[in-house]
Ligand binder design. Structure first.
Ligand code: FRU
Length: 485
């Protein structure tokens, strides 16, 4: 049910137990709840936030609105992990309770300082005329889950940008702390602002420069910018809304892109010799990807497998949104690779079976496949008895991979197309495919190209079918240790 503005921004405390109970019951009826992905039982999840390491655990928060599948009053829900694969909600929910974030605690990042986790986020505020104001705020979280907001904004909206100024990413570079913030200038063009902490004080920020990354100037807003370093090479991850398709072709409503640079000059904000802009993910959804350099140096990322302004089949069950698996970034021969962290193999229940047709599965599995060279191969996942389902076509002669979800269950966002493609070098092609009830994540050639997205299969769409071609490999049932229907 679509919520009114009043309902979306109603204080949490004003929702009755009975109203919440109804939402929970409705959400519990969905056949599409995932097994090993981070997903709320009810309500809407969007961006991953505050991905960090604190008190010996990985921290990963998400943007959350509890009362249905709507982008309403957002808070941050905390999850923790010891292996980057199994995440548990801690019960800590950071809520919008201050005049600096009255209409939502929007996205941001986190980093440990002393014995606290510093959370740097955007406070979304609307005035009586519903005009937006934005503040970049701080919260300090202790190891017991107690939190305290910094009483004044840490960065105010600069004069040359509109109220679309958000998503601070704090990062450490050569002994100093910096932050990137996504912005829109007064001519309605997207840009990224770079700030530096005075004397390494996370409460004292000054403007350093507009990030210089050979921006083509076509986007109207840059959401969720992140700078991470992969073996010292800077990688900029960002969401340039409105990016012109002649600059880089993409199919989703909003793209999540990246550039690899050769070095970073913080004094001028220059990313030197940036690559051409490239699509981070070729699937139907991966957005607001957040990355950080872990204490051990690895560049880790996680994406929202959802998109703004898209209605999902789960909306009727009062919930929406899921996070991707945690991925590690690597650069090989100048190319960016994204692949789940090593501990992902701990989900495998056993040694696996030879990949073959299977009339039915529980739609929770991993495939490790080799597509032979010089072939055109098609496999169908989420296949019903008639062989209708989610198609993966690998043309290893042309080096072209196409996925098609037009026969896989409930359709949505069809105006953005039901297929997606990408190319790789011709020859033998590998694919690691993670299937989780209504999520797929496909890693081609160990992460050289990635397709992520959702499918919402019909009840009888549980099979695997090799339609034609030459493919071999393994099928692993996965077990997260959580029950699903
Ligand atoms: C991206 C985004 C961010 C914002 C958040 C609000 O999906 O629009 O820019 O901070 O979601 O939930």
């Amino acid at each position: 049910m679509a919520l009114t503005r009043e309902q979306k921004y109603r204080p949490y405390a004003d929702w009755s137990e009975a109203e919440l109970e109804k939402i929970k019951e409705n959400a519990a009826r969905s056949p599409w709840h995932t097994n090993f992905h981070i997903e709320p039982p009810y309500g809407l999840l969007n961006d991953p936030n505050g991905f960090s390491f604190f008190k010996g655990k990985w921290q990963l928060f998400y943007q959350y609105f509890p009362f249905g599948a709507a982008h309403g009053l957002k808070s941050w829900v905390q999850t923790e992990s010891t292996d980057l694969v199994h995440f548990e909600e801690t019960g800590t929910v950071l809520t919008p309770d201050s005049p600096l974030d009255s209409h939502g605690m929007y996205s941001g990042s986190a980093m440990q300082f002393g014995d606290k986790l510093f959370i740097f986020y955007t406070g979304n505020v609307r005035d009586e005329n519903w005009l937006r104001q934005t503040y970049q705020n701080g919260v300090l979280l202790d190891s017991k889950g107690n939190w305290e907001k910094v009483p004044k904004a840490l960065i105010a909206q600069p004069d040359d940008v509109t109220a679309h100024f958000r998503d601070p990413q704090i990062f450490y570079y050569e002994g100093e702390y910096y932050a990137l913030i996504g912005a829109q200038n007064k001519n309605k063009k997207g840009l990224i602002k770079l700030y530096k902490a005075d004397n390494r004080d996370y409460k004292a920020w000054h403007f350093a420069a507009d990030l210089d990354f050979a921006n083509d100037g076509t986007a109207y807003m840059m959401e969720c910018p992140n700078l991470v370093f992969v073996d010292k090479q800077p990688v900029l991850l960002y969401c340039p809304q409105g990016l012109d398709k002649t600059i880089s072709d993409y199919r989703n409503i909003y793209p999540n892109m990246y550039k690899i640079a050769q070095s970073f000059e913080p004094e001028t904000g220059k990313l030197k010799e940036p690559s051409a802009i490239q699509n981070l993910d070729y699937g139907f959804e991966a957005y607001a990807t957040q990355g950080f350099n872990a204490p051990d140096g690895r560049a880790l990322t996680v994406s929202w497998l959802g998109l703004p302004d898209i209605a999902y089949p789960t909306d009727k069950f009062d919930y929406q949104g899921v996070l991707s698996l945690v991925k590690e970034l690597k650069i090989k021969d100048g190319k960016l690779y994204q692949y789940p962290v090593e501990a992902i193999v701990s989900l495998r229940k056993d040694e696996g079976k030879t990949f073959d047709n299977l009339p039915s599965t529980n739609n929770v599995y991993e495939l490790e496949l080799i597509f032979a060279a010089q072939e055109q191969t098609e496999i169908i996942l989420f296949a019903d008895q008639k062989g209708k389902g989610f198609s993966i076509m690998v043309d290893s002669k042309q080096g072209e991979i196409t996925i098609d979800r037009s026969q896989a269950g409930e359709q949505y966002a069809t105006e953005y197309g039901q297929t997606r493609s990408c190319s790789v070098d011709p020859g033998q092609i590998s694919a690691n495919i993670f299937i989780d009830k209504s999520v797929f994540e496909i890693f081609i050639n160990k992460g050289e190209k990635v397709f992520s997205g959702r499918v919402f299969p019909n009840k009888d769409q549980t099979g695997i079918l090799i339609k034609n071609g030459d493919v071999s490999g393994k099928y692993y049932e996965l077990d997260y240790g959580r029950k699903t229907n």
